[in-house]
Ligand binder design. Structure first.
Ligand SMILES: [Zn+2]
Length: 621
């Protein structure tokens, strides 16, 4: 095993606090801790595994509802670890046993009646082409099983329940044995149009199971998977070779909007990092670091997530931006793992920017739901999947990001030096040293960090966006003064994607997500040209109804993008419904061009549509 550069906090030793935690606690309560969550939400997620009906009525392929239970339980297991709530700890154990009642004698536990249905062949692929479920090759048997195994492994780790761990081992044994018997490598299973990345993301929990049990069979199967990402014939995604080919990821193969499925792909990269941890195979780490950098350049959208609604299509080259919350969640996870392993603070910058912007904008303030697609303007897209009332892919994943951010608050390196990574109000204890962080960061500019031990060696991360961070010390209280750098962020107008405004193109349709009337504001305000954005510290700012902007101050086809000599002046503005609110003035060489109220991106629209005043908004300027 390779030791990480940094160690994180145990979840039970951290409390995220301050204004963002109010929404987080509401969300965790509604989605995981409440009676409603335990009875209604979990029951709906459990149903496809009880009925095994994800492949019902489909002669080939099958649905992905079977993922919902695992995603929700993965979140619940971590929230139980964080809260140590005895009732939740009891629930996750009992709920896992309820699911185990549906496990076949051979070990299979999943949502497909035909458990052997894992890949398309010539006949079934053709059937899917002729009668496509959603216009693509829908088949998620192994993906769904991955989430069940991973979630139950986390429950076993938190509750120390050996029977649950045994169930996971039998599930994994059956899967490996079945794949060997069918003689099918994982990279051709599932939706073959996305190059097996859904099934191959099994790598991470497979290795975690190896680390937990020491069973050689699991490491052997992982080692069997790796050569399929290092292929002579170039078949995709071939991470270990393509990582160094100098091309933007979406250009690796034709038709990226088909194959480059963002968060499944990032889940595979997570697995490669785990393979590096277990085996020391440095090429795996180098490939992931290179692909991360590739994505940061070619896929970064102005909400600081990567991708364009679940695909890598060169999102940085599109005038509009929309992003799936699952992608944000996995971009944060991937960045965090790279930080822990390498100790490079640039990865914390990516985490922070994605957390405060795309992620927080996607979690609704009443705690009931998350967006599926977060748009840069007008409104976010809530999405309902597979006729489910209470479950969809993003909302079930979302608690994990709060838990990742909590664990990452403070880290310790191998020499025992602490690094305070994030400055949201929080209390965190690591190796017996307690850190109390206060200051309403990043709406507030001044943060105090009280450290319980005067002898502790502590350093403070200076955010990459921050031109100046002053640190002063008075006994065991450190005061950090941040220059929050109000600024206009320009976007490159070179290499704008050719299909950016093609109404028949995938990105245009994907931006809408659902069919819309031609007069819908999402369509009317679809940008034709690149526009700039505004930022203060790590916060993207939005012109918004909630900030007090009038309708004619919200959208403009014009832009200041590329104009020289611009500056942004912000004056705090009282507001009861926004976290941060300011009167904004855009100046060119000191002369006023435009003035309007703005708020932090999260506050602009973190709820379902929005009445009575509406919550429409735009980050473009
Ligand atoms: Zn999702």
């Amino acid at each position: 095993m390779i030791l990480d550069k940094y160690r994180e906090c145990n979840l039970k030793d951290v409390r995220l606090e301050g204004i963002p935690s109010v929404k987080m606690n509401r969300f965790l309560t509604h989605r995981v801790l409440s009676e409603f969550a335990k009875t209604e939400i979990f029951a709906e997620a459990r149903t496809p595994i009880e009925l095994r009906n994800d492949d019902e009525g489909m002669p080939a392929g099958g649905m992905w509802r079977g993922e919902f239970w695992g995603k929700l339980m993965l979140s619940a297991a971590r929230v139980a670890d964080y809260t140590q709530d005895p009732e939740l700890l009891d629930f996750i154990q009992k709920e896992s046993h309820r699911l185990m009642a549906f496990q076949d004698p051979d070990g299979y536990l999943g949502s497909y009646t035909d458990k052997e249905r894992v890949a398309f062949n010539e006949v079934t692929g053709k059937m899917m082409d002729e009668n496509p479920s959603f216009g693509w090759h829908c088949l998620w048997n192994i993906w769904n099983r991955k989430y069940i195994m991973w979630a139950m492994l986390m429950v076993a780790k938190v509750t120390h329940d050996q029977e649950i761990l045994d169930s996971v081992k039998r599930q994994m044994d059956q899967l490996i044995d079945m794949m060997h018997r069918q003689n099918i490598p994982l990279y051709i299973t599932g939706n073959d149009q996305i190059m097996g990345v859904a099934s191959m993301s099994l790598l991470k929990p497979l290795l975690m199971l190896y680390e937990e049990t020491g069973v050689q069979k699991y490491l052997d199967y992982a080692s069997e998977m790796i050569p399929d990402w290092d292929r002579e014939d170039g078949k995709g995604p071939n991470f270990l070779r393509n990582a160094f080919n100098g091309k933007e990821l979406w250009q690796w193969y034709p038709n990226a909007s088909f194959w480059a499925k963002s968060y499944e792909m990032m889940s595979c990269l997570d697995g490669l990092l785990e393979y590096y941890r277990v085996t020391g195979e440095k090429r795996c780490l180098d490939a992931v670091a290179a692909i991360h950098e590739n994505l940061a350049q070619s896929e970064m959208n102005p909400m600081w997530d990567v991708g364009f609604v679940d695909k890598f299509i060169g999102a940085a080259h599109y005038p509009n931006a929309a992003t799936e919350l699952c992608d944000t969640i996995h971009w944060i996870r991937l960045s965090y793992d790279l930080f822990l392993i390498t100790g490079d603070n640039k990865y914390l910058d990516y985490m922070e920017l994605a957390y405060f912007n795309a992620f927080m904008a996607g979690v609704y303030r009443d705690g009931s739901w998350t967006a599926f697609s977060i748009r840069a303007a007008t409104r976010h897209e809530p999405n309902f999947q597979c006729n489910c009332a209470y479950n969809h892919c993003c909302v079930n994943n979302a608690p994990r990001t709060y838990m990742d951010m909590a664990a990452a608050t403070v880290s310790s390196d191998q020499q025992g030096t602490f690094q305070v990574n994030f400055y949201q109000d929080a209390t965190a204890t690591l190796d017996g040293v307690k850190f109390v962080i206060r200051g309403n960061y990043p709406v507030g500019d001044t943060v105090t960090v009280t450290v319980s031990s005067p002898d502790a060696k502590v350093r403070f991360r200076k955010p990459g966006w921050c031109p100046k961070m002053d640190v002063s010390q008075d006994g065991n209280v450190y005061t950090l003064q941040f220059d929050m750098a109000s600024r206009i962020v320009h976007r490159s107008t070179e290499n704008i994607a050719a299909d950016a405004n093609d109404p028949n193109g995938w990105p245009y349709k994907r931006y809408q997500c659902v069919p819309m009337a031609p007069h819908d504001s999402v369509i009317l305000n679809y940008r034709k040209t690149m526009a700039a954005t505004m930022m203060r510290g790590p916060l993207v700012l939005a012109r918004a109804c909630r900030a007090g902007a009038k309708p004619d101050q919200l959208y403009s086809p014009d832009t200041v993008n590329g104009k020289p000599g611009l500056s942004l002046k912000l004056t705090p503005r009282p507001n009861e419904v926004c976290w941060g609110c300011w009167d904004a003035e855009i100046l060119q060489n000191g002369k006023l061009l435009e003035a309007f109220p703005v708020c932090d991106f999260q506050s602009a629209a973190d709820s379902m549509f929005g009445a009575p005043k509406g919550n429409t908004f735009s980050i473009w300027v």
